[in-house]
Design a protein around this ligand. Structure first.
Ligand SMILES: N[C@@H](CCC(=O)N[C@@H](CS)C(=O)NCC(=O)O)C(=O)O
Length: 202
């Protein structure tokens, strides 16, 4: 498998999952800070021009965080990253989609990169504040889930890989982590797979 990844991007979550699985994989760096995702060489591989993207052993490319995470969990069940059954699957997707589609795309992106959407400095400030409000509400909801549990779904799962990348952006977003979320991040970073993912091309 080959993961197309940008340091510091949401593709870090997929690295966490790959490290938990422990199967061989390679990482190709597509640094979105330099615009590498729009280079023709990468667009030939992934016309969406986004990371993460995963080239699978059969030679096909899979994109979109929730789809990649689910495929990995179901393809390597021995890693125990998602309990069996439809209910566990939809609950995991419910959480991951909220993190990626709402908190990341409609919150963090606006807070971190308002200049991508508007040039007016006042409008940028408004967008940043709106994004921070969305993320703040999402962080509070995650903290409620984690008040009585070590991980988002109780046991460690692919939902934690998504939560980790979003919480890891807190300083860039400008939203603080409360004690519960700080404890969770500490717990996550003590997992050898998370430490390995961060140590290489986090
Ligand atoms: N819906 C996509 C979102 C992926 C995404 O937005 N990735 C960002 C990095 S965190 C990216 O590739 N940005 C480059 C760009 O938008 O040009 C997914 O679930 O994978």
């Amino acid at each position: 498998m080959i993961l197309f990844h940008s340091p510091g991007a949401c593709s870090l979550g997929i690295r966490l999952i790959l490290e938990e699985i422990g199967q061989p994989y390679a990482t190709r760096i597509i640094d979105v800070k330099t615009g590498a995702q729009r280079h023709p060489d990468y667009l030939r591989i992934n016309p969406k021009g986004k990371v993460p993207a995963l080239l699978r052993p059969d030679g096909t490319l899979l994109t979109e965080f929730p789809a990649i995470a689910l495929w990995l969990a179901r393809s390597f069940p021995q890693a125990g990253l998602l309990p069996e059954g439809l209910e566990a699957e939809v609950r995991a997707l419910e959480l991951i989609d909220q993190i990626v589609a709402t908190l990341h795309m409609r919150g963090a992106t606006l807070a971190m990169l308002p200049q991508k959407f508007v040039s007016d400095p006042g409008a940028q400030t408004e967008l940043r504040l709106h994004g921070q409000t969305v993320v703040q509400a999402g962080y509070e909801a995650l903290a409620v889930r984690l008040a009585g549990a070590d991980y988002i779904m109780g046991d460690y799962s692919i939902a934690d890989a998504a939560a980790f990348y979003l919480l890891n952006w807190h300083a860039r977003i400008g939203v603080e982590l409360n004690d519960t979320l700080q404890g969770y991040m500490q717990r996550m970073m003590e997992r050898p797979a998370v430490a390995r993912a961060l140590a290489t091309t986090g």
